[in-house]
Design a protein around this ligand. Structure first.
Ligand code: PHE
Length: 344
């Protein structure tokens, strides 16, 4: 019986040596150590042995069982380690490969310009206001001293929705609304950025929808020099300290006197070139002292209060500042164009 056990051991070890998969190891475990395995059947035959031999054979059988079991465990561990190695080799990540590009968005150039202007005026104590884009004829025109039939309405070809409703043609109705809100009792310092609409044929310099920023300052003793100082600060902030401004007389029904502001041309430093049409100056915005009639309509005492207003186009400012030659670029939303200005 001892020989039988020895033989089982040798045979098992030789077989275990050949094992290549976990399944084969498992099968050998059953074949040798299982309930119906070779060692068990040897032990079963022990009853036939003389009593003194039993413990010796029993001990040997246990030893053989341990040897086989250990050999199997070692084999299994080796196979598992090999499999892990193989898997790791297969799933190896090449960290030198270029990563997948993730496109990150950024603010639209007009948004950046509007925010820059907002920041400047917030720093000057102005409040940022909003108003409806579908506006009443009253606020868009009448409250701004443009009664029905006034010829100056033609300056702003409008999209009417009904007789009394239209898409606002400028942001000036927001100054009328803001004055109305305080019923002519308080000073006002506000700017209002937003979209405006005019019945224009789109081309490189016209768009039926564009943006404006309105500014309004009402208080006691507000003078034209305050307007000029504010606009000068604005121009230098937006275009550079070396730019000069000039005010030209103009006409708006809601301001008196009315002006247009030009800045000196950066390209030719005022000498005259194609950008400034040989004048050395570039028109930037409209402004003026709020017309007493407009103040009165809103309930202000014009003996006590005066004010100035200005209106500018972020589209135009962006075009000048960044040399964009077609206003339509802002609205076709071609990311190749827009992404150039994400740092702006
Ligand atoms: N609302 C005027 C326009 O759209 C601009 C402006 C605003 C002029 C305020 C004077 C004062 O042309």
């Amino acid at each position: 019986m001892k020989d039988e056990l020895k033989q089982i051991e040798e045979e098992a070890i030789a077989q275990i040596d050949q094992v290549e998969t976990l399944k084969e190891a498992q099968d050998l475990q059953v074949a040798y150590l299982g309930r119906k395995g070779s060692i068990t059947s040897v032990l079963r035959g022990m009853g036939k042995l003389p009593a003194e031999e039993r413990p010796v054979v029993g001990e040997l059988a246990n030893k053989v069982r341990e040897i086989i079991s250990e050999a199997l465990e070692n084999k299994k561990t080796a196979i598992e380690a090999e499999q892990l190695e193989a898997q790791l080799a297969k799933e190896h990540i090449d960290v030198t490969l270029p990563g997948r590009h993730v496109a990150i968005g950024g603010p639209h150039l007009l948004t950046s310009i509007i925010e820059e202007i907002e920041d400047l005026f917030i720093g000057l104590g102005y409040e940022v206001k909003e108003g409806p884009e579908v506006e009443e004829d009253y606020y868009n025109f009448e409250a701004l001293n443009l009664p029905k039939g006034h010829p100056a309405r033609d300056m702003q070809d409008s999209f009417y929705i009904t007789n009394e409703l239209l898409l606002r043609t400028h942001t000036s109705p927001v100054q009328a609304r803001t004055m109305r809100e305080v019923e002519g009792r308080e000073p006002i310092r506000m700017i209002c950025p937003g979209k405006v609409y005019r019945r224009d044929s789109d081309d490189a310099t016209h768009s039926h929808q564009f943006t404006q920023i309105e500014g309004l300052y009402i208080d006691e003793k507000v003078r034209m020099s305050d307007l000029k100082g504010t606009l000068k600060l604005f121009a230098k902030h937006m275009f550079g300290a070396d730019r000069e401004i000039r005010l030209r007389p103009s006409f708006f029904p809601f301001t008196e006197p009315s002006v247009e502001m030009d800045i000196s041309c950066k390209v030719c430093a005022g000498k005259g070139c194609s950008v400034c049409k040989k004048t050395g100056w570039i028109e930037i915005l409209g402004a003026g002292m709020v017309h007493p009639k407009v103040l009165e309509m809103a309930g202000y005492d014009t003996e006590k209060y005066t004010g100035f207003a200005f209106g500018m186009g972020p589209d135009r400012i962006a075009m000048l500042k960044y040399g964009v030659d077609d206003i339509r670029q802002f609205y076709v939303n071609d990311v190749r164009f827009l992404s150039q200005y994400h740092h702006a």
